[in-house]
Design a protein around this ligand. Structure first.
Ligand code: PGA
Length: 243
C-alpha cells in the first residue's frame, strides 16, 4: 500500500517567525488523528528554524527546490547535500512554477531527482498539463513524457504529485472524476514503465477544506500537495483530517 502524505507548499510566503507560529499552532492539535504524514515545505531561509521547531513532532520538513549538482560555481543555488545537513527529508521537484516561470527542463528535473535520492532526500516529482494541453486532448501525452523523462534512470524512493497547471492557485480544482481518470492514466503509465505500484500519487491544485474529503475518496489519491490553503493552519489541519 502507498503511504499517504499531506504536503504544505508555502511557496515564497512566511518568514521564519510566521512559519514558527504556524508550526506551534499545528503542534497544539492532535496530529495522531489523521492517516497521513505531514510535510511542511518552507522557503530556504526558514528551513533551519522550522526543522528546529518541528523536532518533537511527527511533522517532517521538505524544501521547495534544489540544484542538480552537489557543489560548484552556481551562484544563489542550494544543493541536496546542504538540505540534508539541515534535517530536510523531502524536496519538491519540477513544480509547474519552476517549469514555467524559471524554465526548468525535464532533463534538469531528472538530474535533480537522482541527486536528491543520492543525498538521502525523498523527492516529490510534480507533473501536470496546461489548460491548452487538456483542451487539445494532449493530457496523456504530456504526463507520459514528463514521467518518462523525469524518472529516467531514477531508482529509490520518490513521490509523484499530479498538479494540473490550470488548477494551481486558481480556486478551480479538478473534479473528482477528472482526478480519478487522470490518476488512473498515471498509474497505467507507471505500470508501463515498470514502476512498482506502491509509489504514492498525490493530487495538487486548489485543494481546500471544501473539496478535500471528496478528492481524498478518489482511488489512487494518496494525499495532497497544498499551496494557498496550507497558509492557514485551520484549513490545512482540516484537509489533513480528511485524508
Ligand atoms: P494551490 O497550489 O493549492 O494554491 O493551488 C498548489 C501547488 O502549487 O502546489
Amino acid at each position: 500500500m502507498a503511504n499517504k502524505y499531506c504536503v504544505a507548499n508555502w511557496k515564497m510566503n512566511f518568514n521564519s517567525q510566521q512559519g514558527k507560529e504556524f508550526i506551534s499552532s499545528l503542534n497544539s492539535k492532535d496530529l495522531n488523528n489523521g492517516q497521513s504524514q505531514i510535510i511542511l515545505c518552507p522557503s530556504f531561509t526558514s528551513i533551519f528554524s522550522i526543522v528546529d521547531a518541528s523536532k518533537n513532532s511527527t511533522v517532517r520538513i521538505g524544501a521547495q527546490n534544489m540544484h542538480f549538482e552537489n557543489s560548484g560555481a552556481f551562484t544563489g543555488e542550494v544543493s541536496a547535500n546542504m538540505l540534508n545537513e539541515l534535517g530536510v527529508n523531502f524536496v519538491i521537484l519540477g513544480h509547474s512554477e519552476r517549469r514555467h516561470i524559471f524554465g526548468e527542463s525535464d532533463k534538469m528535473i531528472q538530474s535533480k531527482m537522482i541527486q536528491s535520492i543520492e543525498n538521502g532526500l525523498i523527492p516529490i516529482l510534480c507533473i501536470g498539463e496546461k489548460l491548452s494541453d487538456r483542451e487539445s486532448g494532449n493530457t496523456k501525452k504530456v504526463l507520459r513524457s514528463q514521467l518518462e523523462f523525469g524518472l529516467e534512470n531514477v531508482s529509490g524512493e520518490y513521490i509523484i504529485a499530479y498538479e494540473p497547471v490550470w488548477a494551481i492557485g486558481t480556486g478551480k480544482s479538478a473534479t473528482s472524476e477528472m482526478v480519478a481518470e487522470t490518476h488512473g492514466v498515471i498509474r497505467n503509465i507507471l505500470a508501463d514503465l515498470s514502476i512498482h505500484d506502491n509509489v504514492s500519487l498525490l493530487y495538487g491544485g486548489s485543494v481546500s477544506p471544501e473539496n478535500a474529503s471528496q478528492l481524498s475518496a478518489v482511488q489512487y489519491v494518496d494525499g495532497f500537495l497544498i499551496g494557498g490553503a496550507s497558509l492557514d493552519v485551520e484549513k490545512f489541519y482540516n484537509i489533513y483530517l480528511d485524508l
